[in-house]
Design a protein around this ligand. Structure first.
Ligand code: ADP
Length: 280
């Protein structure tokens, strides 16, 4: 009987082992599929600007003498725009793959007020050119949070950049940051700082509000042709996952959008240094 029990136990163990292996393989297959899908999307996205650049340069080369100065300048400007688009795309793809590569980022004490200030300085001119009011409402003596300064700067830049892109002249874009009410210690929850980026822009329909975080997803609309890669929000989501946080949004078409996320206070959890990457 002892022998039989041992055999049964061994079998059970090995069945458990097989089940785990099958699960691992499924995950690997899913990851590989996601990767091939990504590569195929990237190739597709790269092809368009490359094709445009090549066509315009060929035309300039073959028929340049037949074109007026104005036409030639027009062509060169298109080539220039397409090169910018290509650069943005390559930069975004590199950022995303770096984030997903499992590389460890250093998490430390971050002065969010400074990051917000820096972001607003970067976008000040852009907002003024577009006739959009940039508003900053940062609570005085905002506490430090745990994070990676450069990554958080990128989140702010992507969200403020989008807010400006999808808001018309005369509109407003605001960044707010404030400490949430501290939770009682007994609930084992740290208090947090909330950051909100809101705009009075075109808004996002309910049915698109999840999909906008997918790579290359862009809502079909008049503004679609504007500069953009469809990767910005995937990068934002990924960075927030690294901070063990989530990006939320509320939006109404024609009224505006608010994206928000929470970050942990530095004092509460100074031990966070490395956050495991999450694979999609
Ligand atoms: P993109 O490079 O196109 O901005 P993102 O991933 O940053 O890519 O955003 C995906 C899509 O989500 C955008 O193309 C746009 O349709 C929508 N979107 C993002 N932010 C806003 C916003 N603040 N207002 C309206 N639509 C937005």
């Amino acid at each position: 009987r002892i022998l039989l029990t041992t055999v049964l136990n061994l079998q059970r163990e090995s069945i458990k082992g097989i089940a785990i292996t099958v699960q691992d393989i499924t995950r690997e297959v899913e990851l590989n599929e996601a990767k091939s899908q990504f590569i195929s999307n990237v190739s597709h996205e790269l092809r368009t600007p490359l094709f445009n650049i090549k066509s315009f340069i060929e035309t300039l080369h073959d028929y340049g003498e037949d074109l007026s100065l104005e036409q030639r300048q027009d062509f060169l400007q298109t080539v220039n725009h397409e090169t910018d688009r290509l650069t943005r795309l390559v930069n975004d793809v590199l950022d995303l793959s770096k984030l997903e590569s499992g590389r460890n980022y250093n998490f430390d004490r971050v002065d969010l007020a400074q990051a917000i200030e820096q972001t607003l300085r970067t976008y000040q001119l852009n907002a003024r050119d577009k006739g959009i009011e940039l508003i900053q409402e940062v609570a005085p003596s905002l506490p430090f949070v745990v994070g990676n300064y450069d990554l958080l700067l990128q989140v702010l830049a992507n969200l403020v950049g989008n807010a400006l892109k999808f808001t018309q002249a005369g509109g407003q874009v605001a960044i707010r940051a404030y400490q949430l009410d501290p939770k009682p210690k007994s609930h084992n929850q740290s208090s947090q700082v909330r950051v909100e980026i809101s705009d009075t822009g075109i808004g996002i329909a309910q049915e698109d509000q999840q999909a906008i975080f997918d790579r290359f997803f862009r809502v079909e609309n008049r503004v679609h042709t504007l500069e953009g890669t469809g990767l910005g929000l995937s990068i934002v989501r990924n960075i927030m996952e690294r901070h063990r946080s989530k990006v939320h949004l509320v939006s109404e078409v024609g009224v505006g959008t608010t994206f928000w996320f929470d970050l942990t206070l530095f004092d509460e959890e100074p031990s966070i240094k490395v956050v495991e990457p999450t694979a999609e």
